[in-house]
Design a protein around this ligand. Sequence first.
Ligand SMILES: Cc1cc2nc3c(=O)[nH]c(=O)nc-3n(C[C@H](O)[C@H](O)[C@H](O)COP(=O)(O)OP(=O)(O)OC[C@H]3O[C@@H](n4cnc5c(N)ncnc54)[C@H](O)[C@@H]3O)c2cc1C
Length: 401
Amino acid sequence: MIDFELSEQQNQIKEMTHWFAENEIRPIAMEAEKLGDVPYEWLQKINSMGIQLNTSSFGGGSGESKGGKKKEREGNRMGVLATEEMAWGDPAITLSLPGAGLGGPPVQSSGTPEQQERFLSIFTADEPRWGAYALTEPEAGSDASGVQTTAKKVDGGYVLNGQKIFITNGARASWVVVFATVDASLGKAGQRAFVVEKGMKGFSSPKKVEKMGLRANETAELVLEDCFVPDENLLGGEELYQESDTKPSGFRVAMKTFDSTRPIVASMAIGIARAAYEYTLDIVRKEYPKSGRLFHLASETLATLEQNIQAARLLTWEAAWKADVGEANAKEAAMCKAYAGQMALDVCERCLELLGPAGLDGHIVEKWYRDVKVFDIFEGTNQVQHLVVARRQYAPYGVKV
Ligand SMILES: Cc1cc2nc3c(=O)[nH]c(=O)nc-3n(C[C@H](O)[C@H](O)[C@H](O)COP(=O)(O)OP(=O)(O)OC[C@H]3O[C@@H](n4cnc5c(N)ncnc54)[C@H](O)[C@@H]3O)c2cc1C
């Protein structure tokens, strides 16, 4: 049977993160937007409070069971509940919170126990620290199998050469999970995942990207020039890639990450949509005349928006729940991400329309409208999510999409 009731612990997380979003995040959202960064003193304060709210800190991780054994956990459900609340406070600040970020899931799911300890334990340090995930390149975005960054085996490690673009928290990260190929002609089978650490010779971040939205969150370009990465930083160790010809392990590490992070990204979009919807409902309730055609039109619009937000939330909860109970969830993760991204863009647009002049430049709803656009691009565009779904629709009939 289906049970939509949240457990006591889930309710506590939701309430705690909402309090944090309302009292700590939202009050600095516009300041951070103008600054183009989250004030470092604020990050230090949050870090020193020992608050671990980075989305990877809930110990999600994707779902498909290992060796037929299913092990239930709650991390993915906790992650989506908390993330919706924090993105309601502000999405750019949520993405900037110290922690492993998108780099967390691949280390959690594919790192050796020694690597998990070495890379994940640093986030309890006094100073704020970040992790990152670098797959995208100028010639490899939606088609992640086209990674051109090379990894050449040498004595004691690998030498990496290439360029990564649009990397969230890439320049400030203490380490980055970088995807590279040992042989581009092998396609997916040639890919390996490496943990490249800040300060390694030949690893640099020459440029931060200016964006229309999420301006307070760092997006960076990364360059690897004859960068030596020791064997112990090959994610999962050599064993993970031994059957690479038949089992493209590096590519799988990259894709598996999305099964747990797409529901998180969907819940961020839902948080932004809810923020815009609640804000607009309040204005309509207080300022619109309570009768007449305009009020009815606004009320019908707002009812539709709430309905669509709830539909996205239920899709997202299902995807997170499947990951928690150890079931394959790639299709549900793609569906919730595609639906929530498009829904949130539509909600923000309709709210701007209802607000009229109140939604002009310099207003928080205008900011949310700019922030939300990228949610149908990163972690795979909407077209790519639909491809993921289509592949699974046709698979039983042996048709390849
Ligand atoms: C703010 C931001 C943060 C990001 N953070 C990260 C990060 O931390 N790490 C990381 O690795 N990447 C990150 N990215 C990159 C992001 O994941 C890519 O931008 C995204 O995957 C799309 O790739 P692309 O930009 O190269 O577009 P392209 O792949 O060039 O696509 C262009 C258009 O063509 C469409 N298209 C492409 N292929 C197909 C197809 N087969 N069928 C139908 N339509 C298709 C796409 O849907 C899109 O509309 C980030 C991007 C942004 C903007």
